[in-house]
Every structure is written in structure tokens, then in C-alpha cells.
Design a protein around this ligand. Structure first.
Ligand SMILES: C[C@H](NC(=O)[C@@H](N)CCCCN)C(=O)O
Length: 493
């Protein structure tokens, strides 16, 4: 009805009705996410160099890697980000998120420079930012952690607030420009572009860090802070388009989701199917994003190759996911099978992590490494392409915005904990190992495979529940002409 009224009161062509304009908006939004995902993993292929040049052992690296989500999880920043987005709109939140990413990125860069090592701030971090290194210390800091890792963790946690805030803002921006048009395709493309960012990092970061045989971990991070700045400029340019569209639509024209209300949480938390999806999400993603932080070093240790060579092997993972995700999104739109896709995604992930745990160390075969990584790329297309579009089928439309914010928050708990858990497990199962090329990754990979096992069980439960309660997870998003005809016939008859 609201849409009908809108089209009656504003029959003129809006900016978003022009294909060039909405695709330009997507380019600006997706580029910012591309640069953000580059920053997220820019240090992932450099674990060996962080250890040899900055003294980061697996525990320090794990604490740093997990810090990205610390404020989102423990200070509920992700929930506040949802509220800010609701209250202030896409333009303001996008620019704020972009600026927060640049600020966090710059701190992270500074922590890895020689100037920091010679500064009073380093001494301060050494002397005062310390917490006992005990099992119950789950903060990003511990006594004896290198000062560069501590300040990097502070920068990364600030960046993480901006990154997740950008994630929800970009989704809202895409809805604003593509609602009633190619929305699923636009979201699939945005996710694919983000994966390309990760692919670029695994090729580019080691090459830039070792440029002219002069190893510098701060060089690739400096470049990626520059890219974050370009992303921020993209958000600013986007805001002019957004303003123009909003002026055309009138002051009430903005496509708004229902505002996040704390009281809505009781409906969400009391839904059994919501918990299954949220747990499946946290388990699955905890075996993907934290795995990315260790994948390069795991390949180096198992294949006896350099960081650059390992980056070239791992590169096919995000690249494959980038290529396949939009195709699977399109398949889901037209054919359905969402729950089945989740199950197959989990099965493929278990096979891959078990291969990394047992087959790769025994064979040291590059062919096996490539095959497992390609399969993992397919898995990482199956699950995101089916998981995110399935949420609207399970949760009341009125609660959708809140549901996504809460799923992201629960997911962030896993993304926080698992880099640290894996770092601790790696250190505990490799006592006395000093060279970052000599780690045995069997137990950490088994941890990741177990997460896949639990995700698989939840996928099976979800499919069974769908068969019983008819949520429509296995049905296409776009009804076929045949089913539309049948619907019309049954309405007429
Ligand atoms: C769309 C989805 N994004 C997420 O799950 C984010 N909450 C996590 C982003 C991790 C980097 N900060 C995805 O990328 O599949």
C-alpha cells in the first residue's frame, strides 16, 4: 500500500530508476567493502614475518587477530551501530563507519612502524597495558605480549567497529537503491567483491612486504590504510547521490527497516529456528574467517613453502568464492534448496579441514592443497549465498533488521574467540617451536573440522524443521511462471 501511494504521488523517474545511477551507487558501496576486507586480512599472510621481525608468537598473533570483534562483542558496538543507522540514516553512518575504519587502520599501521618502537608510547604499552596470562584472560592483552601487538590490537578493534558498521550500512544502502529491482544480485555481487579483496591480499601482501628483499610488515598495511581512505572518499561521494535520491523521494521517502528496539529481542530470542540459524552461522563462520588468519602459515608449514608461494595457493579460495557466490545466489532465487545448500556447505568444509589436518601433512602435495582449497571456496559460496537470504523466511519482516544485527553479534563472538583459541592450541601443541615454519597444524585443523561437524548437525535439524513447519527454505525466492499460473488458476477456480 505504501509503495502504491509512493508511486501515485511520485510518478516521475527517480535516480535509482536509472540503471547507471544505482549501479554507480553499488560500485561506491562495494568498493568500500572491498578495501575493508583487504584491511581485515592484510596481515594474515605475514604471520611468519610478524614473528621474525616483531616477535609475535602464535598467542600474540591470535590475540591480535581476535581483537577485531572485541568492542562489537563486549561493548555491544554492533547493536549501537544498528541504532545509529536507524536514527541517522545511511549517509551519516557510512561516513562515520569509513572514518572509524581509517582511524583504527592508522593506529594499527603506526604500531608496526619503527617510530613506534622508539617512542615513549611503546614503553607505556610494555609497562602498563598488561593483564595476567591466564586461561581466564580473554582480553586482547596479556603480560609479556609485544607492545606492537598490543597497539595493533587496539587499532584493529577500532577498525572492527567501523567494518561491521559498514557491513550493515552497505546492506541497507543496497536495499535503498535496489528494492524491487536486482537486489539479490546486487547483494551477491557486493559479497563477491569483498571476497576479491581477500584474494588480492593473499597475493599482494607478501609481495609488498618482501619488496626488494627488504622485509617490512608495515608497508602493506600502509597501502591498505590508503585504500581505506579511498573507501571513505567513496562513501562521501555516495552520500551526494544518496542525498539527491532522498530529495527526489521526499522527506518520507527513505526505505527504512523497522527500527531496532531492545524489546524486540524477546521475540527473536524465543524463536527456536532463529537460534538454529544463529548458531549455524557462528559455527560455520568461526571455521572460515579465523581459519583465514592461519591458512597461509598452515600451508607454509605443511608444504615447506614461502609466505608468497602459500599466498598464491590460498588465493584461489576467495577468488573461487567470489566467482561462484553470485551464481549460487541466482540459483537460490530461481530453484531454492537453501537448507540443502547449507548442509552441503558444511560437509565440504569438514572434508577440507580434515584434509588439512591429516592428508596434507602426510603427502605435502600441492595438488591436494589446491583441491581442498577449491572445495572450501565452493563451501564458502554455498553457505553465505543460502544463509543470508534465508533469514527473511524465518523471521517476521518487522524484526528483520534486529535479527540481522543479533546474528552478526552472535557471529562476532565466535570470530572473537576462535583466533585466540586456535593461537593458544597451536602454541600448546607445538611446545618449544621457535621457527614459524615448523608448526604442526593437525589439532587446530581438527578444531575447525569439529565446528563444521556441529554446523552440519544444525543444518540437518534446520532442514527437518523446515519440512515440518514449511518455512519455505527449500523453495525459490522468485516464483516460477508455472507456479504463478497455478496460483492464478486456483484463485480463479
Ligand atoms: C555478509 C557476511 N559478512 C559477515 O558475516 C560479517 N559480519 C563478518 C565480516 C568479517 C570481517 N570483519 C560475509 O562476508 O559473508
Amino acid at each position: 500500500m505504501a509503495n502504491l501511494q509512493k508511486s501515485i504521488s511520485s510518478p516521475q523517474e527517480l535516480l535509482r530508476d536509472k540503471a547507471w545511477a544505482r549501479w554507480t551507487a553499488l560500485v561506491l558501496l562495494a568498493s568500500a567493502m572491498f578495501f575493508a576486507y583487504i584491511f581485515v586480512d592484510v596481515l594474515s599472510p605475514l604471520q611468519e614475518y610478524l614473528q621474525s621481525t616483531k616477535g609475535w608468537d602464535p598467542s600474540a598473533y591470535g590475540r591480535f587477530a581476535g581483537s577485531e570483534t572485541f568492542l562489537n562483542v563486549f561493548v555491544f558496538f554492533l547493536i549501537f551501530a544498528g541504532i545509529i543507522l536507524d536514527k541517522m540514516g545511511v549517509r551519516f553512518t557510512a561516513i562515520l563507519a569509513g572514518a572509524v575504519m581509517v582511524a583504527g587502520g592508522f593506529i594499527n599501521y603506526y604500531a608496526l612502524t619503527d617510530s613506534f618502537m622508539e617512542s615513549g608510547l611503546k614503553n607505556f604499552m610494555d609497562d602498563f597495558v598488561n593483564l595476567p596470562d591466564t586461561w581466564w584472560n580473554i582480553t586482547p592483552f596479556y603480560d609479556g605480549m609485544p607492545a606492537s601487538a598490543k597497539l595493533s590490537a587496539i587499532g584493529f578493534m577500532i577498525f572492527g567497529c567501523g567494518c561491521e558498521m559498514s557491513g550493515i550500512t552497505v546492506s541497507r544502502g543496497i536495499v535503498k537503491w535496489f528494492e524491487g529491482k536486482e537486489m539479490a544480485l546486487a547483494m551477491g555481487i557486493e559479497m563477491a567483491v569483498a571476497r576479491l579483496g581477500v584474494a588480492v591480499v593473499f597475493l599482494g601482501s607478501p609481495a609488498i612486504a618482501t619488496f626488494r628483499d627488504n622485509i617490512s610488515v608495515s608497508r602493506p598495511i600502509a597501502l591498505s590504510v590508503l585504500l581505506l581512505l579511498i573507501g571513505l572518499i567513496g562513501f562521501i561521494v555516495y552520500s551526494f547521490m544518496d542525498k539527491k535520491l532522498e530529495n527526489e523521494m521526499g522527506s518520507n521517502g527513505e526505505v527504512k527497516d523497522d527500527p531496532f528496539k531492545i524489546s524486540d529481542l524477546k521475540y527473536i530470542f524465543s524463536s527456536k529456528v532463529f537460534w538454529i540459524v544463529a548458531l549455524l552461522c557462528v559455527l560455520y563462520y568461526s571455521a572460515i574467517f579465523p581459519f583465514q588468519k592461519y591458512a597461509n602459515n598452515m600451508l607454509q608449514c605443511n608444504l615447506g613453502i614461502s609466505a608468497e608461494a602459500a599466498g598464491r595457493v590460498f588465493f584461489v579460495f576467495p577468488l573461487g568464492a567470489a566467482a561462484i557466490t553470485p551464481l549460487l545466489g541466482n540459483f537460490l532465487d530461481r530453484k531454492g534448496k537453501g537448507a540443502t545448500m547449507l548442509i552441503w556447505g558444511a560437509i565440504l568444509m569438514i572434508i577440507c579441514h580434515l584434509t588439512f589436518a591429516f592428508v596434507l601433512p602426510a603427502t605435502r602435495s600441492a595438488v591436494i592443497a589446491y583441491s581442498a582449497i577449491v572445495l572450501l571456496g565452493i563451501s564458502f559460496s554455498l553457505v553465505p549465498a543460502s544463509l543470508w537470504p534465508s533469514v527473511p523466511k524465518l523471521v517476521d519482516n518487522r524484526l528483520l533488521g534486529s535479527a540481522y544485527a543479533v546474528i552478526f553479534w552472535i557471529q562476532n563472538i565466535g570470530l572473537y574467540a576462535f583466533p585466540m583459541i586456535i593461537g593458544a592450541v597451536l602454541a600448546a601443541t607445538n611446545p618449544g617451536v621457535e621457527n614459524a615454519m615448523d608448526y604442526n597444524y593437525t589439532v587446530p585443523m581438527l578444531v575447525f573440522a569439529s565446528l563444521g561437524g556441529l554446523a552440519l548437525i544444525l543444518g540437518i535439524i534446520l532442514k527437518a524443521l523446515d519440512a515440518k513447519k514449511h518455512y519455505g527454505l527449500e523453495l525459490p525466492n522468485i516464483p516460477s511462471e508455472k507456479s504463478l499460473e497455478a496460483e492464478v488458476e486456483s484463485a480463479e477456480g
